[in-house]
Design a protein around this ligand. Sequence first.
Ligand SMILES: NC(=O)c1ccc[n+]([C@@H]2O[C@H](COP(=O)([O-])OP(=O)(O)OC[C@H]3O[C@@H](n4cnc5c(N)ncnc54)[C@H](O)[C@@H]3O)[C@@H](O)[C@H]2O)c1
Length: 244
Amino acid sequence: MRFTDKICLVTGGTSGIGRATCLRLGREGGTVVVLGRDRADGVETVRLVTKAGGKAVFMACDLARPRAIAATVKKVLAKYHHLDVLVADAAMMTFDPLVDLPLPKWDELMLVNLRSLVQLAQLCLPHMRRGSAIVAISSVHAHQTTANVVPYATSKGGLEALVRGLSIELDRRQTRINAVAPGAVDTPMLWSNPNVKSGQEKIDKASVGTPDELAAAIAFLASAEASFVHGTTLVVDGGRLAQL
Ligand SMILES: NC(=O)c1ccc[n+]([C@@H]2O[C@H](COP(=O)([O-])OP(=O)(O)OC[C@H]3O[C@@H](n4cnc5c(N)ncnc54)[C@H](O)[C@@H]3O)[C@@H](O)[C@H]2O)c1
């Protein structure tokens, strides 16, 4: 029970890796604030956490809207007064060649994948207790990528640089920040990816991870067991990046 009495905020808690993370943190004693766009999916996550014996609430928030982020964090702090864990999991992808990419799409993706983490860090850090942790979800695309996903790969590369840089600015006893870079994981994001559907991005079905396997790594970095781990990215990809 590594998260007893801890307040844990999880963006993208409405599906996939985010939902699995909510379940794990909740099962291990955390009070989970499920942040997401879709109320029905968020309520379902709350139901699953509660069924597993945990505590959770849903708060609606579109991460492409900075004002909504500010209002939601205000609500969270009014209710709980402090935070112990922030998991920045939500992200979106685009699939245009860069030369054809409408710039508003670039802006939206950066808002969701990168700026929201900056804003959440600014709003949450002053209220994060001693021994707290931020875990940001990157991707193997920060390291090797395919065509037509430049904005996504750029956002994840930026996220990892942000994590490294911010870790230097933080009081290490107060809050740690780290990233997890998943490989292919069995979630809606993987199977709805047109590059995966077309076979341009090759996925060996035997090397697809489960959301639970990612949640285990995220929970480790969020817990006191990772007290000496700062500013790093843990690649959790079933060995995909190791192969030529
Ligand atoms: N599934 C994979 O193969 C894979 C691989 C590498 C990295 N990742 C990363 O893992 C994380 C979780 O993705 P997943 O695979 O669980 O996919 P998913 O589609 O199940 O979850 C993505 C979540 O992000 C949320 N989201 C997207 N835009 C949002 C917005 N504007 N406001 C609020 N929430 C928004 C969605 O509602 C959803 O809950 C992401 O950061 C993704 O980049 C996934």
